[in-house]
Design a protein around this ligand. Structure first.
Ligand code: PAF
Length: 288
């Protein structure tokens, strides 16, 4: 049976005795669950005795003019899916429960890792993510927490948060779940029109194309930036507006020397109509 709590106190009171001899996994979400989220829950069930899924559209991670008000809220359908898959608890608080004072005076800042990539166009986003994830960790006190690898920068920031704030929580990264045509699943995909949906897989295709070129060492003759610029031009000409496309080390620090850096990650965000799509691909570059 899946039980839903809106109250922090009631969830805590329920989890406290269970903690003695059971492990707890937390799957933080903003609801509007798709198959990608369900995979996170499935993974959580293999890793812990009790699975708590939080559903909270967190206002502090939305910037001015972003889609906070229109973000799809589908608690009933989400509850049905989570019941079917056998999640134990849903934590679905309202804003007052999570933030007695708005805007919350206490902040969780992530420093330079958040001031790049998505952080350039969404400058307050990761502060909001850091704050809400810290609160969820304190409320649920899970043994493990599962995050999707689609939000690569978010995952890196959460790993940093766990390290810096000494949370005793194992962070588990779940692989990106994709539609058959390669589009990474996201709640925001529903903002795509039918014709945009046809174009959307191009983002992943171009990321894979760039990954292949790097794996084949093409950057040695063309230069890395020329390959990146070509990929951006191809994505834009398909109808996107690329926000960024960069090749970084896996911890999101800058590449020092592409000949030495073996495991890199291609990270991108691009607008397609009203949807801002994210994708990434880890790539092994041969040192020559
Ligand atoms: O990835 C998300 O859905 C959100 O950023 C998270 C981690 C649930 C925090 O609100």
């Amino acid at each position: 049976m899946t039980t839903t709590f809106a109250s922090i106190a009631k969830l805590r009171a329920t989890l406290k005795p269970l903690r003695q001899d059971s492990t707890i996994a937390l799957v933080p979400t903003m609801g509007n669950l798709h198959d990608g989220h369900i995979e996170l829950v499935r993974l959580a069930k293999t890793r812990a005795d009790i699975v708590v899924v939080s559903i909270f559209v967190n206002p502090t991670q939305f910037g001015v003019g972003e889609d906070l008000d229109s973000y799809p809220r589908t608690l009933e359908a989400d509850t049905k899916r989570l019941t079917e898959i056998g999640a134990d608890y849903i934590f679905a608080p309202n804003v007052d429960q999570m933030y007695p004072v708005m805007p919350p005076p206490t902040q969780v800042l992530s420093g330079s890792i958040s001031q790049q990539l998505c952080g350039l166009s969404r400058p307050t986003h990761f502060d909001g993510v850091g704050l809400v994830v810290s609160k969820l960790f304190n409320i649920v006190q899970p043994d493990i927490a599962i995050f999707g690898q689609k939000d690569y920068q978010q995952l890196a920031i959460i790993r940093q948060l766990v390290r810096d704030l000494s949370y005793d929580i194992e962070i588990v990264a779940a692989p990106i779940v994709r539609a058959e045509d390669g589009l990474a699943l996201s709640s925001r995909n529903q903002y795509l029109t039918d014709s945009e949906r046809q174009i959307a897989p191009t983002l992943h295709q171009e990321v894979l194309r760039l990954a292949q070129k790097l794996e084949q060492g093409e950057h040695m003759s063309s230069g890395l930036q020329a390959l990146i610029d070509e990929a951006i031009a191809r994505i834009n000409s398909a109808g996107f507006k690329v926000d960024y496309l960069e090749v970084k080390r896996q911890d999101l620090t800058d590449i020092l020397d592409v000949q030495q850096d073996q495991a890199l990650v291609i990270v991108t965000a691009a607008w397609l109509g009203k949807a801002r799509l994210l994708d990434n691909q880890v790539v092994r570059v041969l040192a020559i």
